[in-house]
Design a protein around this ligand. Structure first.
Ligand code: MLT
Ligand code: MN
Ligand code: ZN
Length: 307
């Protein structure tokens, strides 16, 4: 399977339009140590022609323009055959509005996400005027925290969605009281190569279930939102902690870096969904050096993997 990182940043992107934190300031000045990144999304394909987007970011138009694999080959068209949503957050779903000219469009998501996108952020009813989004249910619900499924245009790919304990969006009735299906992680196996990818940009809590899939994968692409849980407060740019937003910080006891150090030594470890305040976005920082010493990579826009 082929994987293209379309966007490696968390909500707001890097630099964020209204932020002048040190990272955003330097990125805006064109510093070569602060590479800009768009909001979180990856694309998957088996044949290099038909693609699944995992998340549709508000930056999708720019992402598609810089990704020849996803350009139309006919008068009107696209390699994008469908979109899978890991949650109903703005940074992962707003790009569906920009894909309206391609409706009807298949969208895989859980009942909770479908519900939020039919009410609090009603993309499903809105886009009916353009031909609609065809909901393909991923049945993560109470008492069902793992679901295996396949996607017709991804032959030989076995997909498993597993529940993540994170948070629902602010416009969800389940904000602060999430239930199974608000956030998912994906375990993706290519049956031809036997290789697997675990994609979990919203891994807020290292549950045994999530850790099982991280341990099984050849490549993990996981939540790199914040370096410290209170980083946004410390910089004076926000009031929420990572924990409140449903993200596990990288540094410290029980942090993401420590979890990643427990994986088999052959596992390729990649961070994605990185917030603009995170010091790892400054290549010269101590945090970036710590990652490098630990063999942990930081995803960037345009990064490609073959598995
Ligand atoms: C999140 O991942 O917590 C959200 O995307 C934050 C946001 O975009 O407001
Ligand atoms: Mn997000
Ligand atoms: Zn910033």
């Amino acid at each position: 399977m082929q994987v293209i990182v379309l966007g490696a940043a968390a909500g707001g992107g890097f630099p964020q339009w209204n932020c002048n934190c040190p990272n955003c300031f330097h990125a805006r000045q064109g510093s070569s140590d602060h590479q800009p990144r768009t909001q979180s999304s990856i694309a998957l394909s088996v044949d290099g022609k038909r693609w699944l987007l995992c998340n549709a970011s508000p930056d999708i138009r720019a992402q598609l323009n810089t990704t020849p694999e996803l350009w139309p080959n006919e008068l009107r068209g696209s390699g994008i055959r469908g979109v899978l949503l890991v949650d109903a957050q703005i940074d992962h779903v707003t790009g569906l509005l920009s894909l309206r000219e391609g409706c009807p469009l298949d969208v895989w998501c859980t009942p909770n996400v479908h519900n939020d996108l039919s009410t609090g952020f009603p993309l499903f009813p809105m886009l009916e005027y353009w031909g609609g989004l065809c909901w393909q249910p991923v049945g993560l619900e109470d008492h069902q925290d793992v679901v295996e499924f396949s996607i017709p245009f991804l032959p030989d790919i076995a997909l498993t969605a597993f529940a993540l304990h994170s948070n629902a969006p602010p416009y969800s009735p389940r904000r602060g009281a999430t239930s199974c299906g608000d956030n998912l992680g994906l375990y993706i196996v290519d049956r031809r190569s036997g290789k697997s990818l675990c994609y979990a940009p919203g891994l807020g809590n290292p549950t045994p279930l999530a850790m099982r899939f991280l341990h099984a994968a050849d490549v993990v692409m996981v939540d790199g939102t914040l370096w410290e849980d209170d980083e946004m407060q410390a910089l004076g740019v926000g009031t929420s902690t990572g924990h409140q937003m449903g993200h596990l910080a990288l540094n410290g006891n029980g942090g993401m870096c420590e979890l990643l150090s427990d994986l088999p030594s052959s596992t390729r470890r990649i961070l994605i969904h990185i917030n603009n305040t995170n010091p790892i976005l400054d290549r010269t920082s101590e945090a970036a050096k710590t990652l490098q010493d630990a063999g942990i990579e930081t995803a960037y826009d345009g990064m490609q993997l073959t598995l």
